[in-house]
Structures are given as structure tokens and as C-alpha cells.
Write a protein that binds this ligand. Sequence first.
Ligand SMILES: [Zn+2]
Ligand SMILES: [Zn+2]
Length: 137
Amino acid sequence: MSDLLERLRGRGWRMTSQRRVVAEVLDGEHVHLTADEVHVRAAAKLPEISRATVYNTLGELVSLGEVIEVSTDGRAKRYDPNAHRPHQHLVCSGCGAIRDVRPQGNPLSDLPAEERYGFTVEAVEVTYRGVCPSCSA
Ligand SMILES: [Zn+2]
Ligand SMILES: [Zn+2]
């Protein structure tokens, strides 16, 4: 389970009501929300929260390393609180549902030396695509 709120408290992050609402919206498992989705959900809890505050808070959480930005569809960036366990994404081509997955091999070391072209390879992003159970029913 994600413990974003706890991690932020542990770091002594100044917890205003606006920041708390953003962190609450992002807390949980398999959470991958666009900034606009975060704003809609945050505003449902705290109507006066502005889009700018949501965007700034997201930027801060990313620079703290507590939330990562992912882009699984090449369009909107999504915000993911699962920042401390390396994982890849499984995406439904029907409804866009996203799951955090951990392949058994290490995709980083799976790239053979002759395919590295002298690069120092630091990170890898793999997106598995398919159809989720509700879309295939
Ligand atoms: Zn689906
Ligand atoms: Zn994820």
C-alpha cells in the first residue's frame, strides 16, 4: 500500500490543508492521475483549491522524489505515488486502466552491451499493453 502521507509527514513537509488534500488524492495503490484529475478530486474535498496550487504542489512532490511523473500514452503526464519501488506499467487499450507491475527480469540489465551504443544506461521504462478483464468481458 502507498504511504505517501506518512512519508511526507516523516520528512517534515509543511502540511497545509491544500497540500494534504493533494497528497490524499494521490495516496493509494495503482494511482496514476493527470494533473487535471488530481485537481477535480482535490476540489471535491476542498472546493477553494486552485488549479495553480495543485500544479505547484505536484511539482514539489516530484522534486522531493515522493511522486514520479509517468507518461504511458504519450499524452498527459500522470502522477504516481509509487516512487520508491521500481516498477513498470500495464495499460488497458480499452479503458486506459493502469497497473503497477514488476517484471521478473531486470529490463535495465536485459539490454545487451552491443545495443547500448556506448551509452551509460541509467533508467528504463517499459509499458505493457493489453486489454483488462472488464474490457474483454
Ligand atoms: Zn479496460
Ligand atoms: Zn506506477
